[in-house]
Design a protein around this ligand. Sequence first.
Ligand SMILES: Cc1cc2nc3c(=O)[nH]c(=O)nc-3n(C[C@H](O)[C@H](O)[C@H](O)COP(=O)(O)OP(=O)(O)OC[C@H]3O[C@@H](n4cnc5c(N)ncnc54)[C@H](O)[C@@H]3O)c2cc1C
Length: 496
Amino acid sequence: MSEPTPSAPGPIVVVGAGMAGLGTALTLLRGGRDVVVLERLPVVGGLARTVAFGDHIFDVGPHYFFLDVSDEVNALVKSCVTEEEWRPIDFKISAHIGKHHVPWPPTLEAIRKLPPSGMFSYLLNSFKGTLPDSYIAADFLQTVYGRVMYRIFLGPYLAKKVPTSGGAEALHRDWYNQTARTLDNAPDVVRDKILQVEPKLVKAFMARYPETVRRLNEEREAREGNDEADTRPTGMKRAWQIVSGLARSVTSKTFKKVLYPPGGVGVITERLAEHFEAEGGSLNLKAANVELEHEGHRVTRVSWDGGSVENPAEVIWTGSVHRLCSLMHVEREELPFMTIVLGFMKLKRPLPESDILYTYIAADDIIFNRVYYPTRSVPGLCPPGKDSLCIEITPPDQSQRAIGQETIEKVYYGLEKLGICTRDDIEDIEFMWVPDSYPVYPLDYREKLERIWEGLDKFENLRSIGRSGQFWYNNMARSMRVGIETARDLLGEYER
Ligand SMILES: Cc1cc2nc3c(=O)[nH]c(=O)nc-3n(C[C@H](O)[C@H](O)[C@H](O)COP(=O)(O)OP(=O)(O)OC[C@H]3O[C@@H](n4cnc5c(N)ncnc54)[C@H](O)[C@@H]3O)c2cc1C
């Protein structure tokens, strides 16, 4: 069948105004392209938006923007936010293990609180640094963290966090590691060391990205050429390096830096959207019922309630990949997205001061798996003399759509048991359902995804990126990075 040849391509259409969509759209616009963004909600931000419960401000679960992912991403964000909004903070989180709150990942401070066998096996495994061949998250975690840590914390935690998968025994280890992907949806073995232990993936990467491999080799040779002698330590020196590295990591007082602007994480995408519009981009909120039409292997029309684009030059999709498959008549695969429930609480009094931003909870008698303390990120997110709390629940019954008094009682019980607050401290509680919040990786998810891309990659002017678009458990900066790289690829500036 001959492909229709478009005469005058229309603008590039980006579906979704989250981190991935806005990162793509603004980069393309600044590269001189005509861009239309379609967002079905009345606000931008997607999962990374900020919501109000009365005069208390919350994110959609705890959200911290990692600054160690990409300089390019950081530069784009920095070009949009104000100086006051560029506010890096320490990423300090904890886990509730047994009866104790311990820093996560465990540091020396945790030794007094964890069972000695747990800490010992954790340290021993960190020292050995071996990785299992198994794809099963349960095996991976037991090798990396030790059997005891798995039994007392990680196993029960994953059973509670991802009940849809059947727990860590049925979950692919890539989910726990949130392994990196390229803009073409290939496992990114350059950015992710854990993928490098799989020779098949390395070989596939080398075949797909010969230019990248050539560039990396040249860089390595140049580095080695600069060294007068090979200075890589061996023997005792190497052993000492490992031991001292490990000691540094367990005693470390330095934390990853994350961005958290006053006003909430939603400020980041709000500023990107403001710049996008001010610089001439077209942002369409409440763009419901987006439909894609195609002829041959080209998307020829994008329509939504309120408008349409004929013959789009490109379509960048950041919504659910399942929905995209339906629109493009590509066979769907059994790849589940999880719905979570957030409980936003107004507190009558301030909580004790602490710099822990959130805590993981594994105990099976506590209904929530995470509790986050919004006002510890930045003051001013609630009225003076008050405080806020947010808990995250994964309902084992994913079809559940209502919260009864029984669930509320369980939330109060959990908070009291953990010593966070009493029910009398809680002024009000409101729940929010977040569908498509986490993709869940079954053990055969890689094969299933490959089949999806085989179908979707046939369309020459269509890309599917971002968390839902790639069925990728990622973070905000990674979602935005793939958006920027996709834009640069379309601008002819990306070196594969
Ligand atoms: C509870 C929770 C906590 C998290 N914590 C962190 C954290 O601390 N740090 C971190 O970096 N990341 C965190 N994340 C992950 C982070 O939210 C995501 O990686 C990131 O926001 C994904 O951005 P995205 O643009 O790829 O997708 P999304 O945010 O899902 O954006 C997609 C957008 O497309 C729109 N859309 C979808 N379908 C359509 C359609 N058919 N038509 C029009 N519009 C459509 C959606 O409304 C949405 O606005 C967390 C996620 C969750 C759920």
